[in-house]
Design a protein around this ligand. Structure first.
Ligand code: HEC
Length: 166
């Protein structure tokens, strides 16, 4: 009897727990599907870079600059060059071997102050716009799961698989 009472008290207590820092949001609010380089897990939806342009100005430009050249945050578009040298500029042109995971990063992590806030279509439009800034898709091309899956990213062959060394 005493044990049961204790369990009920613990269950009641967990709902009103105020000991945490009170940060973040319920996990159920953010996309739960993992997206893989081969496009597995990409949600239904579509968008064009033209639609993404407006969203970018609203949600991304302040940190990444008008053409993705960087501002308070890193550049995301522009550099085509090699990643060698002491200060390589990493952008989606040279540092993203697969487009589906670019979508996933944008949908999950951006904008940095409101991660997980973008709807699937908005994330497709924004991914399209960032790819457009890197001259990888046309402004009015419709971008969806199939397009991202089939897009050949410029530096895909510049990556080597890393094997875990025991
Ligand atoms: C408050 C500032 C801020 C805003 C707004 C923001 N970002 Fe970012 N973003 C960052 C920072 C800082 C990084 C680098 C750190 C990281 O990767 O977590 C980053 C990284 C990225 C990257 C990866 C760059 C790379 O090559 O590794 C992409 C792509 C990106 N952001 C896209 C976007 C898009 C699209 C939006 C708008 C929906 C956006 N960001 C809004 C701050 C921001």
């Amino acid at each position: 009897m005493t044990a049961m009472l204790l369990l009920i008290l613990i269950a009641a207590g967990s709902d009103t727990d105020t000991t945490g820092p009170g940060l973040g949001r319920e996990v159920s609010e953010v996309p739960v599907h993992d997206v893989f380089p081969d496009g597995t897990g990409l949600p239904p939806g579509r968008g064009t870079a033209r639609i993404g342009q407006g969203l970018y100005a609203q949600h991304c430009l302040s940190c990444h600059g008008p053409a993705g050249e960087g501002a308070s945050a890193e550049p995301i578009a522009g550099a085509q060059g090699a990643l060698s040298g002491p200060h390589p500029v990493k952008t989606i042109g040279n540092y993203w071997p697969w487009a589906p995971t670019l979508y996933d990063l944008i949908r999950r992590a951006m904008p940095m102050h409101a991660p997980g806030s973008l709807r699937a279509d908005e994330a497709y439009a924004l991914t399209a716009y960032v790819l457009y800034l890197q001259e990888l898709v046309e402004l009015d091309a419709e971008v969806d799961a199939a397009v991202l899956t089939n897009l050949q990213m410029p530096n895909r062959d510049g990556f080597v698989p890393a094997e875990a060394v025991p």
